[in-house]
Design a protein around this ligand. Sequence first.
Ligand code: BEZ
Ligand code: FE
Length: 281
Amino acid sequence: MEQMTEGDLTAEVLARLDATPDPRLREVMRSLVTHLHAFAREVRLTDAEWMTGIRFLTDAGHITDDVRQEFILLSDTLGLSSLVDLINHGADEPGPTEPTILGPFYVPGSPERAYDESMVEYADGGEPAVLVGRVLAADGSPIAGAELDVWQNAATGFYAVQQPDEQPATNLRGLYRTDAEGRFRIRTVRPVPYPIPDDGPVGRLLTDTGRHPWRAAHVHLIVSADGFEPVVTHLFDRTSAYLDSDTVFGVKESLVRDFVPGGDGVLVCEHDVVLRMSKAG
Ligand code: BEZ
Ligand code: FE
């Protein structure tokens, strides 16, 4: 057998993938191997650095459980989650509300709440706010009965799911529906910036690369309606810190909104959501 070179090795691994029955899996794996090998060659990866990478992934696995997903945090902080979002839902046509990342704190099964009901179940000292707007089709017509699955953090910076012994599980979570004119009204508190969980390997990587762990203040929404494509999105507070350096690259200018004092001193944030007609119908 002849001495194997770096290039021969890559070619050999790629050849072993030729028998992959699923053509898409073959394409993805060939590209992954090609780029992974190119990366190792480009940086001349040392044995110790390879082992550091293995330990990093092992630590990420150990800290991951039902409520802590370190691999998604890694994908988010490397910009991969937002890149996949842009590849699949880039602004190919103007109009529909832009999506952004889901994040790890979404919990399905939020309580159904009435129009104008508060989703505050825990006194966190936050500034009272109301989110108002309409859910619309691209032609501007209102969508009655659209569902808004909404969640956000408390003024302490934490989501209910992060503080099971402190906050009620359904605090600052709610399923709202639009009325006959497509309107919604959600009583809440002003969201605040918060650091993503940074006590694990991803937090260490942020520190080692001179980065901060903060997200700009936002409210999460998944908006859906029959006959339309659901959108997973956020609404950002225009006065928030970190809009320009959100650690997971989730901010889009079209999603930034003003919170302005209303007549009764409660902050009002107006935000219309435009849904794209579903391809099936
Ligand atoms: C969030 O917005 O909830 C989030 C997104 C990515 C990482 C951590 C948190
Ligand atoms: Fe969030």
